[in-house]
Unconditional design. Structure first.
Length: 455
């Protein structure tokens, strides 16, 4: 009898080119590791909203395996289900078999992108963004300067006043309204490539500054560097670093993600740092998996493992290795303390396993109370570009999230990822959160509250 398996995969004659690509790219061992136990179901946001098996990790894995085994063709409904996954990876901590679901969904999307079904305008825009903008620092700076001009010159007021924004879909209009002030002057332009520690240095660390992060949240990058310096770290910022590749990997552009990973590994390895610090959960989650991303490339495997072992979120580094800083909300009092609550970054919690570190830091702030929000570990619907590509499901998740935010009744809503931050700002505006509530990145909140800073 012929062996039905070849190199760990079923030797089945697929008559569909996409099926063959999916079989070739999927880690078949991970597919078969799934025990169909269902522990992932209550952890999955889309399953919780719909109650449909195909909207769960178990259901999507079953669909992947059916295609890989030649039992079904990957039709449009299959594509829809793969796109409908948030990629939050909340299923992974819940899985007793340790199935790497995040890798499976990225491999499947990578296969789907080899057989795209989209019009020329959408394909062209995607190519411009993924190949022409995100990997290119000079173009990102130009976009930052252009956005800053649009925001500050009066042009934005004119565009809104003439009703031009009505040409865009409602969810895109909403996102435009809450964009923070952009800049073409990122953290290197403001602080240079080395920022020394206050006092005797405890370690040498390198900041991963990100792409969009350094355009829309440059102040957070600056505050990250200063906070690390206050905690005793010499901070280096390699100029040669590029986009982390997370948006590429989540969108099925794995080859582009690998190219970016190689560039980053080279840039940081040359500095030989003790730690590589991320302040964005979405970026950090891919950075810490560069070893997996480049595992099949013998020339890069060892250095990618070196890189991944050193990646750490700023909150975790401050808790584990930094000098304990005196945080205090001086505007609050013991009688009327500031109330904080926290929304998890899914990737920081589920992939980097650093969900407790931000909370530990926030609980150190004097004259403030930490109020744990119900279901803070549930995805807010941002998920990279998900809130742009899947606005209906993202909007539903955000609506439920803001119900819990309101119940927390906090003065400050804090998070650790730029996408989550924008989603929370949108939610606060759209769903009428308390008027005096501020939505902030944890880093910005903490840096503003370092007592007796010697500037």
């Amino acid at each position: 009898m012929d062996n039905p398996f070849v190199a760990g995969k079923p030797a089945i004659a697929h008559d569909n080119p996409l099926s063959r690509t999916i079989l070739r790219k999927l880690d078949y061992d991970q597919l078969t590791n799934c025990m169909r136990c269902g522990f992932c179901l209550p952890a999955c946001p889309t399953f919780r909203e719909t109650g449909l098996e195909q909207e769960s990790p178990r259901g999507r894995i079953a669909l992947m395996k059916a295609v890989a085994d030649g039992l079904m063709n990957p039709d449009q409904a299959f594509r829809v289900q793969m796109d409908h996954c948030l990629g939050c990876r909340a299923c992974e901590p819940a899985c007793p078999a340790d199935v790497k679901y995040g890798q499976l969904i990225e491999q499947t999307r990578d296969a789907l992108e080899d057989h795209p079904e989209r019009g020329l305008p959408a394909a062209g825009l995607r190519k411009v963004l993924f190949q022409g903008v995100f990997p290119n620092r000079s173009r990102l700076k130009w976009i930052g300067k252009s956005l800053a001009f649009y925001q500050k010159s009066g042009l934005r007021r004119i565009v809104r006043g003439t009703g031009m924004m009505r040409l865009f879909a409602p969810h895109l209009r909403e996102m435009e309204e809450i964009l923070p002030d952009a800049t073409g002057r990122g953290v290197v332009e403001q602080l240079g490539t080395l920022f020394p520690a206050k006092g005797s240095p405890l370690a040498r660390v390198a900041l991963f500054r990100g792409c969009i992060m350094d355009v829309l949240f440059a102040e957070t990058n600056v505050n990250t560097v200063k906070l690390l310096s206050e905690a005793g770290f010499d901070v280096y910022i390699p100029e040669e670093q590029v986009c982390c590749g997370a948006l590429h990997a989540h969108s099925g552009e794995l080859e582009e993600a690998r190219a970016l990973a190689r560039a980053n590994v080279k840039a940081f390895k040359e500095l030989d740092m003790d730690y590589i610090v991320s302040n964005a959960g979405g970026c950090g989650a891919l950075l810490v998996e560069y070893d997996h991303l480049l595992q099949d490339e013998s020339d890069w495997r060892e250095n990618a493992a070196w890189f991944a072992q050193r990646v750490i979120d700023i909150s975790q580094l401050l808790v584990d290795k930094g000098r304990e800083l005196p945080f205090a909300d001086e505007a609050a009092t013991a009688a009327e303390p500031a109330v904080m609550t926290y929304q998890d970054s899914c990737h920081l919690r589920n992939v980097m396993k650093s969900g407790s570190a931000p909370r530990q830091l926030l609980k150190r702030v004097a004259n403030a109370e930490f109020n744990e929000m119900k279901e803070a570990d549930r995805c807010c619907g941002s998920a990279g570009t998900y809130n742009v590509m899947q606005p209906e499901m993202a909007g539903t998740l955000l609506k439920h999230k803001m119900e819990h935010v309101k119940a927390a009744n906090a003065h400050y809503l804090l998070t650790s990822n730029p996408g989550c931050l924008l989603q929370m700002i949108l939610g606060a505006k759209k769903h009428n959160a308390r008027a005096d509530m501020k939505v902030m990145h944890v880093v910005d909140f903490l840096y503003e509250r370092i007592s007796r800073k010697d500037e």
